[in-house]
Design a protein around this ligand. Structure first.
Ligand code: RNT
Ligand code: ZN
Length: 419
């Protein structure tokens, strides 16, 4: 790996000449913990075999062999994926991934008991955990309404689920000594134009108030709420819209979760960060890639995530923006899907950390918009990849496409043997 080291030394000098300290950028990058979503490993299946995913307005397509079928398989796959990704990261778990031991524990009755296996494993792996109540893929969600349900019994059921999940989140936070972000997303909405847009939102407000009523130690649990524009079967109206949740989050001091697939196609979440960060303490990101719609394709290094990373760095909010990934592609090797998305997001963060942000702001302040544009373009020619390769090498993970051979080996040895 001599070439990687040599290339890095040259890159370091090159950056230093333009006033950028690569060592400082790498130190900052090492501190970035991404929340890797467990649900890429099994197409959002979970371990309770309850209902159809599309009841939640989302869909995983593809039938690549090797889907994880048990917690043990999923953990093995996750370990493989983490071994291909530089840095120490987090795990994002959904409530349907509990270990139910063959017993039926309904959503409103789950507790940390079903997650001790995950907590023990996370501790051993040095991972923080984030958590999500699962308001979909369940007979009681099949009607399309959970926290907004006009049926009081159904609404109460889902409120109990939300309360249980927050407590599980806090238990993860306490056990691991790392704050757990518990993120509420519900699919509720209408396929066709509703006559009454306000009542479901009023019920959602009430349900959230009930879920968040119990005080929890903020060092253990942080609440987040995730909006959406539309889903499969909720094309005309989604109760949990952006305006609803942003207002709710500001009033109730919650974190807002911005999912890149949940806005109008020409809207970007990067532009929203500087606005919401002026009014909220914390933002959670669900970094995803929509292709023509909220299709949850694997994240790749494109302009969108580069802009997100730039904003996080330029707003100086690296500690207030919590980055999670959210996609589910069942058409390719699932371990590779994790590695590609995680590496892309980290690579984008590195590029942002290496960008001449101070200089760009200075040019802008001086009214030199020509210089600003010119320098932004030239920054793209700087040797980011040399720094990235070196970062992978130093972190003890495969450099360049070498990770793919590892993923393939694992596929042959482990994934392809699954029925
Ligand atoms: C759905 C939301 C939500 C889910 C996960 C599985 O559109 O993005 O975050 O993807 O909870
Ligand atoms: Zn999401």
């Amino acid at each position: 790996m001599k070439a990687v080291e040599k290339a890095y030394q040259l890159a370091r000098e090159r950056y230093a000449e333009s006033g950028v300290d690569t060592e400082a950028a790498l130190a900052a990058l090492r501190a970035v913990a991404l929340s890797m979503h467990c649900w890429q490993g099994d197409d959002v299946g979970g371990f309770e075999n309850a209902g159809s995913l599309t009841d939640g307005g989302i869909m995983a397509t593809g039938n690549h062999p090797g889907r994880a079928r048990t917690p043990e398989e999923l953990r093995a796959d996750l370990e493989k994926a983490y071994s291909l990704i530089p840095g120490r990261h987090r795990l994002n778990l959904h409530a349907i991934y509990g270990e139910f031991g063959g017993k039926k524990v309904d959503r409103d009755a789950i507790s940390f008991d079903q997650f001790r296996g995950w907590a023990g494993w996370a501790k051993e792996q040095g991972l923080g955990v984030d958590f999500n109540p699962t308001f979909f893929a369940h007979p009681r969600a099949a009607g399309g309404f959970t926290l907004t349900s006009p049926d009081e019994e159904t609404r109460r059921f889902w409120v109990r689920h939300g309360i249980a999940c927050r407590e599980i989140g806090a238990a993860f936070g306490k056990t691991l000594g790392k704050t757990c972000i518990t993120n509420v997303w519900i699919p509720d909405g209408y396929k066709d134009a509703p006559a009454d847009r306000m009542s479901p939102r009023r019920r959602l407000q009430q349900s959230l108030d009930e879920i968040f009523a119990g005080p929890l130690n903020p060092r253990h649990n942080m609440d987040a709420v995730e909006s959406k524009l539309f889903g499969i079967g909720t094309e005309s109206y989604v109760a949990g819209s952006h305006e609803f949740y942003l207002a709710y989050a500001i009033e109730n001091r919650k974190a807002i979760c911005l999912d890149s697939g949940h806005f109008h196609p020409t809207e970007t979440i990067s532009d929203k960060l500087s606005s919401v960060l002026l009014f909220l303490d914390d933002v959670l990101l669900h970094v995803s890639r929509g292709v023509r719609w909220d299709s949850d394709h694997v994240v790749v290094l494109g302009d969108d995530i580069r802009a997100v990373a730039d904003e996080i760095v330029r707003c100086d909010c690296i500690n207030r923006v919590h980055i999670g990934l959210d996609y589910f592609d069942a058409s390719i090797n699932r371990v590779a899907a994790w590695a590609i998305g995680m590496r892309a997001m980290l690579r984008a963060m590195l590029e942002a950390l290496l960008s001449p942000a101070a200089k760009l702001k200075e040019l802008e302040a001086d009214g030199d918009l020509t210089g600003r544009l010119a320098l932004m373009e030239e920054a793209k020619n700087m040797p980011v990849s040399a720094v990235w390769d070196y970062h992978c090498l130093a972190a003890g993970v495969p450099v360049g496409a070498a990770w793919l051979a590892e993923a393939r080996k694992y596929e042959k040895k482990v994934l392809n043997k699954r029925g």
